[in-house]
Design a protein. Structure first.
Length: 190
């Protein structure tokens, strides 16, 4: 889920004046991954990951050579209800340890428009690694008005199948499909 997406934004900056590849880091206070799933047809369950870190390398001469890496502990999941969180961390789902990580590492970027891209990458979740594609949109790039340094923000979406990651308990009653909405800000690294 992992976000994840910054490479898309940077792959879209072909017209921005960067002299060489530059390193950016996620702003953990303004980056989040929200997930949604259907609960028995009655409601839409929602959860979130936030406060995570990641890094991006942007290559102006060859945006498709840019990359992104993100990692965060499974136990940083927010569900809004302790009993639901406890169930997600149980043997029914993640059986998560304190150091179990969710990771995403890009393997390719396809620029699809002036402000859009598809980021392909390896998502490791629950000990399973699968290739996923994120549909990304660049929101804005430029100097941050309060920080006074280069900043970028974008959104991305994808859909995962829980069963692909060994998390299919109660499917199809609780939807196997989980929609991800990702919103990320990144700052130029010091």
């Amino acid at each position: 889920m992992k976000s994840l997406l910054l490479a898309a934004g940077f792959g879209l900056f072909a017209t921005t004046a960067f002299a060489a590849p530059e390193a950016y880091v996620l702003d953990p206070s303004h980056s989040q991954i929200v997930f949604h799933y259907n609960h028995l047809g009655y409601s839409t369950g929602t959860g979130m990951f936030s406060g995570f870190e990641g890094k991006i390398a942007f290559d102006q001469a060859d945006p498709a050579a840019s990359s992104v890496e993100v990692a965060f502990p499974v136990k940083t999941m927010l569900t809004g209800w302790q009993a639901r969180f406890d169930h997600f961390m149980s043997k029914d789902f993640f059986d998560a340890t304190d150091d179990e990580m969710v990771t995403f590492k890009s393997t390719g970027i396809e620029v699809t428009g002036d402000k859009t891209a598809k980021i392909t990458g390896d998502l490791t979740l629950n000990g399973v690694t699968k290739s996923v594609v994120l549909d990304a949109v660049l929101n804005q790039a430029g100097d941050h008005p309060m920080e006074g340094k280069p900043w970028a923000g974008f959104n991305a979406t994808t859909t995962l199948l829980r069963s692909d990651y060994g998390l299919g308990m109660f499917a199809p009653y609780v939807s196997d499909e989980v929609a991800l909405d990702i919103s990320v800000e990144a700052m130029k690294a010091e």
